[in-house]
Each structure stands twice: as structure tokens, then as C-alpha cells.
Design a protein around this ligand. Structure first.
Ligand SMILES: Cc1cc2nc3c(=O)[nH]c(=O)nc-3n(C[C@H](O)[C@H](O)[C@H](O)COP(=O)(O)OP(=O)(O)OC[C@H]3O[C@@H](n4cnc5c(N)ncnc54)[C@H](O)[C@@H]3O)c2cc1C
Length: 415
């Protein structure tokens, strides 16, 4: 019997590691991902300001599993009826049970110009592209391959401006005036991207006007009101202008047109929504509360959309992906045990997923806002919590040294 986990993000790694413990050793367990690393996607905005964080938040898959077979391949599509996946290696892969954990990518909703001019943020490479776009717009001279320390970028032509700071000493910039930056979408990604850009421009002395544009009447619209207020305060404190109830209608090379007017945009970052991956035909299928999409196929994390056991929509988040994976590991294990015991009697009753998280934490540059139950925390307590969440995940999957490095990077960043 073959159990396959498609995708090795939060959902996939958690699911596969749980199945390693719960399935009998004679069951084949296979993990397939196009990348050979596990990415802490909820930290990628940090890479815009600190390229070196990229090395901390990517963990080789070969370090994470005891007995699962890891295959590096791009999945073209998965047919749930025939339980078959087509891979870019020219082969097909057949499974008995599977968890589809392929995540999501940025959706442009066919808004004219967004796909062309909007910079997405799905990978560390995207974060470096945003960084480079800012430096180019500011006239910063760099031989930057962006994985190197900025001090290596000092050999450019004679600069008009010398910028000094603790983290970015001697970046060379032409004096081109202020850079206009628009970030579209004020969900978890957009808020944190705007915050990193604000901190980066402050640290490097680049003059910039940063506007966070949101269609909803408030930032962080899916979150409690006290959290929204705290996030808004932090954005204001970091010099980010907020334009809510503003719908982006078109993007051009140098501007973003909205229902309330046009914003100049030398750099336009688009974080306005997500869609399913191409392997899922760009969709995020609805799953039942037990997270099943077919008799033997489950969809876990961002790859699917679900209503939980209490009838609440499950938010696309790392927090939900990790917890869904635990439920699905139990459900697959029950079904496999039932099958291997001769499928006698009734099929086991599967666990419904109940969405329960202790709270939410976002960063706005060096500020952290944590919502814990009804309380909102800021300051060093929130920063410590933030560091422990990312590091907690890394240590729970077994990447202990990277966990320690992440705590160090988070704490150092805020002091
Ligand atoms: C900037 C930013 C900040 C965020 N902040 C937060 C936060 O503070 N809190 C929070 O809870 N969430 C946050 N999120 C959201 C969170 O990162 C996602 O919800 C989470 O990554 C979903 O986990 P997943 O396992 O479903 O998918 P992913 O983590 O995206 O994993 C999907 C995996 O599938 C693989 N894959 C995809 N397509 C293919 C294919 N065709 N073939 C083979 N492999 C494939 C990918 O390589 C990847 O390994 C943030 C997201 C961003 C972008």
C-alpha cells in the first residue's frame, strides 16, 4: 500500500512526519515536492530586509524524515478519481491514500496590469526581487546577488549619497528623490511586507512613500477589532500610509489606478489574494469537515477551502495548515488500519477538523503585534512570542540549529 503526501510545506511536512510515526513500516510513505527544501513561508517577508534569513528558513527535506521516501518532482496534475499524479519526470505516480498539500500562489483576479507589474511574494526569490526593485528605484548601486552581505556591495561607481546604518553600512545611492511604493492587499502578507519595506528604507536612508492599499474598510479585515487597531497604529508609527476601502482597478509601469484615485508606484507589490496552484487547475477545492476531497484523498492547508466542525470557514494560514495536517494524519492512519485489517465492518468515523488557534502574530518592521485570546500584546513580550512561533515550528520538524538562528535573527532585528 502506498500513502503519498504531495507538497512539503507546513501541511505536508507535518502530515508526513505524523504518518511516519503512525503507519506500519511496511506501508510505503512517499513525499513529493518540486523543491528539495521545506520553506517557512510565513517568514519570507523578512528576506526583503535581511537576505541572510533565506538560509535560516529553508530546511533540506533530506534532514526531516526518518523513513519517508522524498521525491523531487514538479507535479503537473492529480486525478482524484484514478488516484494518479502526473510528474514532470514523465512518470505517473499511483497512490492508495494521499494528502494534497500543494499550498497556494498569488491570485491577480485578472485585474489589468497586476500580473505584469505587481511583484508577488511566494518564495524567497520573490522577496529578493522586491528588494532589488526598491534598490533600483532608489538608484542604489549594487552588484547585489542579494544573498550576500550588503557590505560586499561597496565597489559601485562614486555615489551621490552615502548611507550608514548598523545593519546596512555604506550602501551607495544616487540621489533620485523619494521612491513611491504601493503594497496591494492588507492581509497578513501585505501588512508584513509594508512593515519590512518601511524598516529597510529607514535603515538604509532611502527616501520612500509607502502606501498600503486595501479594498476592505480596514486592515487585517479577518481579525478582531483590537488587533486591527494595533496593526494600524504600528503601520502609522512606521510611516506607512493606509488607504482602505480602495480597490485597485489597473496597474501601470509607474502607477496604480484605484476607485479613489491614482497612486504613483515605482515599486508595486501585490499580495491581494491567493489561488490554487497550476497542479490544482488554479482552484482551491472545497473539502468536507474531515478534509476529504475523495474517498481516499484529503486536501490540507492552503490547497483547499473548508468549513470546520463548527461551521466556520478555515482561514488560509500556516496555523491552520499545521493543525489540519494532524487531523488528516489521524484520519489516514485509521483508514489504512481498517483496510489492512480486511475492511471488515463499518468504515471508521473520521475526525472532523475544528479550527482553534491560540492567536495571531504579525510583525510591522521591528514592531510585533500578538493577539492572544481577547488580548492584544505589543513590545518585547510579543516579539518573544513571534520568535518562538517560527523557531517552535523549526524545532518541531527537527531543524534545531536553524530554530536557534531564527530566534537570534528575530530578537536581534528588534533591538
Ligand atoms: C509574507 C507572508 C506572511 C505570512 N504570514 C503568516 C502568519 O503570520 N501566520 C500564518 O498563519 N500564516 C501566514 N502566511 C500564510 C502561510 O504562509 C500559508 O498559509 C502556509 O504556507 C500554507 O501552508 P501549506 O502547507 O498549505 O502550503 P505551503 O507552505 O505553501 O507549501 C506548499 C508546498 O507545495 C509545494 N508545491 C506547490 N506546487 C507544487 C507542484 N506543482 N509540484 C510539487 N510541489 C509543489 C511547494 O514547493 C511547497 O513546498 C503568510 C504568507 C506570506 C506569503
Amino acid at each position: 500500500m502506498n500513502v503519498t503526501v504531495f507538497g512539503a510545506g507546513y501541511a505536508g511536512v507535518t502530515l508526513a512526519q505524523r504518518l511516519e510515526s503512525s503507519l506500519d513500516s511496511d506501508i510505503d510513505l512517499v513525499v513529493i515536492d518540486k523543491s528539495d527544501t521545506h520553506l517557512l513561508k510565513h517568514e519570507i517577508h523578512r528576506v526583503i530586509r535581511r537576505p541572510q534569513v533565506a538560509d535560516i528558513i529553508e530546511v533540506p527535506l533530506s534532514d526531516l524524515f526518518d523513513r519517508a521516501t522524498v521525491r523531487t518532482a514538479h507535479i503537473h496534475d492529480i486525478d482524484i478519481e484514478t488516484q494518479t499524479a502526473r510528474l514532470n519526470t514523465g512518470t505517473t505516480h499511483q497512490y492508495d491514500y494521499a494528502g494534497i498539500c500543494l499550498g497556494s500562489v498569488t491570485a491577480d483576479y485578472d485585474i489589468p496590469g497586476v500580473a505584469e507589474y505587481g511583484l508577488p511574494l511566494n518564495t524567497t526569490a520573490d522577496a529578493l526581487t522586491i528588494r532589488t526593485a526598491l534598490f533600483e528605484a532608489a538608484g542604489v548601486t549594487t552588484t547585489d546577488d542579494s544573498s550576500t552581505d550588503l557590505s560586499e556591495q561597496r565597489q559601485g561607481p562614486t555615489p551621490d549619497v552615502q548611507i550608514h546604518s548598523d545593519q546596512h553600512d555604506s550602501i551607495s545611492a544616487e540621489n533620485r528623490g523619494s521612491v513611491d511604493i504601493v503594497v496591494g492587499g492588507a492581509g497578513l502578507s501585505g501588512i508584513q511586507v509594508a512593515g519590512e519595506l518601511a524598516a529597510l528604507t529607514r535603515e538604509t536612508g532611502i527616501q520612500a512613500d509607502i502606501t498600503l492599499v486595501e479594498q476592505q474598510p480596514t486592515v487585517a479585515s479577518n481579525f478582531p477589532e483590537n488587533f486591527q487597531h494595533a496593526v494600524r497604529d504600528a503601520l502609522n508609527n512606521n510611516g506607512v500610509s493606509i488607504s482602505t476601502a480602495t480597490t485597485i482597478e489597473r496597474a501601470r509601469e509607474d502607477a496604480v489606478e484605484t476607485n479613489t484615485g491614482t497612486f504613483a508606484a515605482d515599486v508595486f507589490v501585490w499580495t491581494g489574494g491567493i489561488r490554487g496552484t497550476d497542479a490544482m487547475d488554479k482552484s482551491r477545492p472545497m473539502v468536507k469537515s474531515d478534509l476529504r476531497a475523495g474517498t481516499r484523498t484529503f486536501i490540507v492547508g492552503d490547497a483547499g477551502r473548508g468549513i470546520d466542525a463548527d461551521g466556520e470557514p478555515i482561514p488560509a494560514s500556516a496555523a491552520a495548515a499545521l493543525r489540519e495536517a494532524r487531523t488528516v494524519a489521524d484520519n489516514i492512519s485509521q483508514l489504512v488500519a481498517y483496510d489492512t485489517n480486511g475492511a471488515d465492518g463499518f468504515e471508521p468515523r473520521l475526525e472532523p477538523y475544528r479550527f482553534e488557534v491560540p492567536g495571531w502574530i504579525v510583525t510591522v518592521g521591528d514592531d510585533t503585534i500578538a493577539q492572544l485570546g481577547p488580548e492584544v500584546l505589543t513590545g518585547s513580550a510579543a516579539t518573544a512570542m513571534k520568535a518562538s512561533v517560527g523557531a517552535g515550528h523549526l524545532s518541531s520538524v527537527g531543524a534545531l540549529s536553524q530554530a536557534a538562528e531564527l530566534v537570534d535573527a528575530e530578537i536581534r532585528s528588534s533591538t
